[in-house]
Design a protein around this ligand. Sequence first.
Ligand code: XBP
Ligand code: MG
Length: 261
Amino acid sequence: MACPLSAVIFDVDGTLVDTERDGHRTAFNQAFAEHGLPYRWAPAEYGRLLRITGGRRRIATYLREHEHPGEIDSLAADLHATKTTLFRRWVIRGSLRPRPGVPELLADLARAGCGLAVATTGTRAWVEPLLDRLFPPGTFRVVITGDDVRHLKPEPEAYRHALAQLNIPASAALAVEDSAIGLRAARSAGLACLVTTNSYTLGQDFTGAAHVINGFAAADRQQSVPSWSAAACFQLHARWWSKATGDECTTEHNRAGKGKT
Ligand code: XBP
Ligand code: MG
């Protein structure tokens, strides 16, 4: 049975870019300050709060936990609007870089004829300028953001939308995520999922992942293989689906014996 890999769908926060600790967290804190609120999220506290996806929900949950008086949902929406403006400004200023190995991997996948897509919980107002700023025009065929779904990750909706827009079944795609929550979203949509950890997600339970790496670049993975490659994605995907279906699942890449996972 052939299991062609047509597209790789990437998460953004923590996967394409290390945005959380020194990006989003700082913007949330500045938003609290601009609204005259005393709250500040330290790195460890923010790590705990990452279990709540979506910035507005994260703020609302925190305010409730701290029994902040008054109407929480509208305050959370206002704070999140300020945070989004601030973060978008930083993105446009060029303050963020892709994770090591990401540009090389995207270029390699594009060369191999693989479609590229994004499925993120983040807000479109900063996601679009971030992708425009960091990657060549037209890199991603489909971009699904938190604004496009009713239910954020760990629900599978973002991945389902991405598959629908790509017009491919789940078996023709590979998800790339950095967290257990993202893995759950991808798996619930029926995708094989490669996990690349970061300092916030290292040690999470990645049961169900096709493979777990510490980063795309050799230095992060402490391996001599130059970078995580398109061939490695093809091979991982083929191996996952042949195991899942019990069939021989071949691709041009693993037939040629290229790529190592
Ligand atoms: C990312 C999120 C987002 C960001 C903040 O999750 O949960 O909420 O932390 O961005 P994932 P917004 O990597 O799984 O997509 O403030 O725009 O929500
Ligand atoms: Mg993520």
